[in-house]
Design a protein around this ligand. Structure first.
Ligand SMILES: NC(=O)c1ccc[n+]([C@@H]2O[C@H](COP(=O)([O-])OP(=O)(O)OC[C@H]3O[C@@H](n4cnc5c(N)ncnc54)[C@H](OP(=O)(O)O)[C@@H]3O)[C@@H](O)[C@H]2O)c1
Length: 416
């Protein structure tokens, strides 16, 4: 049996004094007129029933997060080949069965576009039967990608059934820049590639708008790693052009949410004006009443590598392997340097004892235009850490602090 309903403004606002803790108390609209969401959302990439997907700690962390008042869960049809959605569905059903939470209090976000695992088998089967999805982009034997509206709707069906709900609060097209990547690979001129891309997005939005009318979706949008990228990036996605695409489908439409990475090193959504946008992504979204979920707060991609913006949890002296020990020592040094730097710019009192993870979260959750920061908190300790971050004073000048930190991070700047 599926849970009926969807997150409502009334139920996400709660009744004052009834529930305590920052995740209940410091909520804000997901988008203009939408339900309220906690400062931090539960990111469920690498979450599922296998040990490699963090089970059983991730389930415990999810339950704990929901009880503490985290009321936004971000997942995708491809996370753990559907296991992430299944685990979330089972956890919600269990807590709803015990009257710990209700469907109306939780914002569920999922995504589609990737054909991997079971979805890939299905897409390949359709091709073998002579009824292929189109367009399909083939990136290797285990990764295809499709922006065929029929594929997106098939994935929505499966998402609803794995999550055990009748309606999703947000459904996002997942990294549609794969289409732009494929066109770039085939040397399609950028203008032609972008025109084809936004035309395909319009078709997807048309299909999603119908699902809103059917009552299976409350809103839709796009999650993209290149939202707000610079004009010289042929895979850059423009928020303005997405807004225009949705307006073409319906003037009063349900394109309400976007998602993108934002951390101390990847600052496109706040710093850069992209090819077709007059303003940065966060400002543009705010003006249009669109909610922004930011992801990868601690996983900063830099020159193909990854920089983890937290303190290491393992003490270097306890490690016997020489290269691992050196790696941990470097990481500890970087974390200490970053903490020092951030404290220099955070003039608001109350941050002296906060560890790097909390400094990072604070600068992101108080960024004007951010609805919620998605955090891969698949352990109870991470949820508790995020809650402590949420309890710190609000950073009124979070945008200036981030700009100053970014200016001072020498290592991300290209060498002359
Ligand atoms: N294109 C997209 O749509 C897209 C892309 C990326 C992410 N997302 C969403 O955003 C969510 C967040 O991104 P993410 O999980 O990749 O990265 P993240 O939130 O930056 O977390 C990265 C890792 O940091 C560790 N961690 C988390 N909280 C911590 C804390 N308080 N202290 C110390 N370490 C901590 C965890 O590692 P361990 O568990 O290994 O210890 C976690 O996996 C994802 O789960 C997903 O829902 C969406």
């Amino acid at each position: 049996m599926k849970l009926k309903g969807y997150a409502t403004l009334e139920q996400t606002a709660g009744k004052s004094g009834q529930r305590q803790g920052v995740f209940h108390e410091r909520r804000r609209p997901l988008y203009s007129g939408g339900p309220l969401v906690s400062l931090v959302g539960f990111g469920s990439y690498r979450v599922g029933f296998a040990a490699g997907l963090g089970f059983p700690q991730c389930r415990d962390a999810l339950e704990y997060a929901l009880r503490r008042g985290v009321n936004l869960i971000d997942t995708s049809t491809n996370y753990g080949n559907g296991q992430s959605e299944l685990l979330i569905g089972q956890t919600l059903a269990a807590l709803a069965g015990e009257n710990q939470i209700s469907r109306e209090q939780v914002v569920l976000v999922s995504k589609a576009g990737y054909a991997q695992g079971n979805a890939l088998e299905f897409v390949q089967q359709r091709e073998r039967e002579g009824n292929p999805f189109a367009p399909v982009f083939k990136f290797g034997s285990d990764l295809w990608y499709s922006l065929d509206p029929a594929f997106i709707l098939d994935q929505l069906d499966r998402s609803l059934s794995r999550l055990g709900v009748e309606c999703l609060d947000v459904f996002l097209i997942h990294n549609p820049e794969y289409m732009l990547k494929a066109y770039e690979h085939n040397s399609v001129p950028p203008d032609e590639s972008r025109a084809a891309f936004y035309s395909q997005m319009t078709k997807c939005f048309e299909a999603l708008e119908t699902e809103v009318e059917r009552g299976r979706l409350r809103s839709y949008g796009v999650s993209s790693n290149t939202l707000g990228a610079t004009s010289d990036d042929p895979t850059a996605v423009s928020l303005q052009r997405l807004i225009d695409a949705a307006a073409k489908v319906k003037e009063k439409n349900s394109f309400k949410v976007v998602q993108c990475p934002l951390n101390w090193i990847e600052v496109n959504p706040i710093a850069v004006e992209s090819a077709d946008d007059q303003d940065n992504t966060l400002t543009l979204a705010r003006g249009a009443g669109i909610g922004v979920l930011v992801n990868r707060p601690f996983n900063a991609m830099h020159e193909g590598g990854l920089i983890r913006l937290t303190r290491p949890t393992v003490d270097a002296s306890s490690v016997t392997d020489e290269s691992q020990r050196k790696g941990l020592q470097n990481w500890s040094r970087l974390a200490a340097d970053l903490e020092r730097l951030a404290r220099e710019y955070i003039t608001t009192p109350g941050f002296d004892e906060a560890p790097l993870s909390q400094l990072v979260l604070s600068t992101l959750m108080w960024q004007p235009g951010v609805s919620s920061v998605l955090c891969g908190m698949r352990r109870r300790e991470y949820v508790a850490d995020a809650e402590e971050a949420g309890a710190l004073p609000s950073l009124i000048n979070a945008d200036q602090v981030m700009a100053q930190i970014y200016q001072d991070l020498e290592f991300h700047k290209p060498e002359n």
